[in-house]
Design a protein around this ligand. Sequence first.
Ligand SMILES: [Zn+2]
Length: 711
Amino acid sequence: MNYWYQNQLRMLQTVLREPDIINYDAKAVAEYMKKSNANVLVVNAGGIIDFFHNDTELCHPNQFMKEGQEILADLCEELHKNDFRIITRIDFRGAQKYRYEAQPDWFAANPDGSPKTRNDGLYSPCYLAEYANGHAVRFVKKLMTKFPIDGIWENSVAFGIGPCYCRTCRETYKADTGKEIPVGDDYTAPLFAEYRAWKEKKADEHIVRIRDTVKSFGDDKAYSAEVFSMFHNSIHGGIDVFASRHFDYIVGVGFLTGSVSGKPYDDLTNASSAVRFLKAIDPHKTTVLLTGNNGTRWRLVKDPSQETRIWMWEAVSVGANFWNCMFNGQYPAAADDRRNAYIETDVYRYLKDNEKLIQGQTPVSDVGIYFSSASRDKAQLEKDKSYEMGINGLEAVLVDSHIPYGFITDKDFTLERASAHSVLCLPNAMCLSDAHIEIIRKYVENGGSLLASYKTSLFDENGKSRGDFGLTKVFGLSYTGIQKDTSFDCYQMVRLPSHEITKGMDADKTIYFINGGNTLLTTPIDKNGETVCSYVPIIPNQYPEQAWIPITETQFPTVYTYKYGKGQVVFFPNQMDALVYTNGHEDYYQLVSNSLNYLCKKGWSLVTDAPDSVHAGFTKHLDGGSYILSFVNVSSSGRRAIRQLISIPGFNATLRIPARELISVRTIYSSPGGEIAQAGAAVLGSDGLLEIPLRIPSFKEFFAVTVEVKS
Ligand SMILES: [Zn+2]
């Protein structure tokens, strides 16, 4: 049997401020949901401010709540009448001073015993003390006994920032490890390594404890909590995106604006990137992307409207549901800023109209990006962005080239999973375990194609240096131990201008391509590889007369191809993928893109002449048989935030998928004109792949077509 949370979730979260309870109108909320095609409401229950009457010790009722008023009871009645679901938000990130003073032992403490406080003035709890445990459990039980709600969402769950020295923590740590909790200014230092691992375990136990409390009310009650994306690690709070494996549906937070440091607007494709990643955690669960206004910093005004629509389409284009948390007030049409009220309607209608088809869609992944949480954590402990940038750059190439891709995480990496991809990519996957190195070796030996870069496999999964690449035999290269700063005045010498990897780069007209970032000096272990490009030492650009050096040719590759077993490898000893993102020079883009094409022997399952400003989502149903090909158009002035889209003329797209016969091609969304895709005659190739030529018509914002095949 299917529980409701295994079906499509078109969510609306209303972020209630204290006075929003005055004249609360549950009927109007249900009306808004009906009109916007939402089917799940997420609404405040309490923790910091309680939106229902309860007599839990340390309860803190909303000061505007009237005697006898129960908005959750009203909502349960109105929503259930309409077959909608209601999830309530709980939040134990902190409590007001008077509550702390009533039970100081229930909260987190500094080494001197003083309370840990937050910027917003609240007193912090920790995962172990009574407030976030006994109290939280009693609170959830009270809430779920009193109202027939359908689930709980735990907001701000990574609340235990840094070390805690409360009595419970000190005693438990001593009992578990025989040691005192270390004291020091830098929580990222090795001094805290053992404590951080311990805390991660305790944070996980907290999640399980709250989840089990919810589940004690029935398997149909859903639990989830607030986790972010792949690059938000668990170092400070002990919880990262992988905690979502405990949830009934997989949900991650992805803000369009205001949440990326130094950038007002996130990359538009990060909505789909986040979803591809969430799908890798568990493709069998419903996947939801949660988004809010302006990173919540300017939470009272709308996000840019056109960008918000693009953000939503990007997410659904790779098989996600959506969680609209964009509004403050009773409901979006009754907020201070109502300009984006109903903005989700078109997207939710598309989801609703095609629910059976869309539910269970997961990205077709010709390319699998190996996600190394060990490398992410190492990089972030060292305040180094190189891991993140490597993935960002590789994804930029994949998106612009319309190559179908997905992630495989180091939490459940197997040879079978690796082998399901035409090309396996390890962008700067520094930290690899012996077991994973052996899987990768076998994968290539058996005929797999591998693209890797920079420090991949130089460390074990605990961040300990291996001295040389763990994958030396597979790369055909050995590390000299010398790393060169090649960030300026550096080049790659073109050694093989006719190679497939330098195709389309006018390589016969140049001696050099650009180089940047850092470059590892590596030497070939035998003569079975090819140096496509090589490292050039610094050629100072000033003074101009001296912009030359006597010898520019070296034995150190920057692009190296190697045959290992039946497989093929391309290795970049520099930061080629990251440089696509940070610098963006077309040389980097072209070298990565050509390498992918070179490695993909059987061709991609999607080939299109759509321009780069049209992003493709290509998904298949877990049960097989149906595919959805969708396109998000971002053609515009080229400046963020996008205010205006330019309609895109028609283009061609050819699918090559494992099937015997084409059953149907049906356009399921076309804006604004409603023109449909035309299919040419499908041809079954000798490789067992069915080739389906499609003509995609002109459209402006989003286009989707479903293809049904017999296998
Ligand atoms: Zn504590």
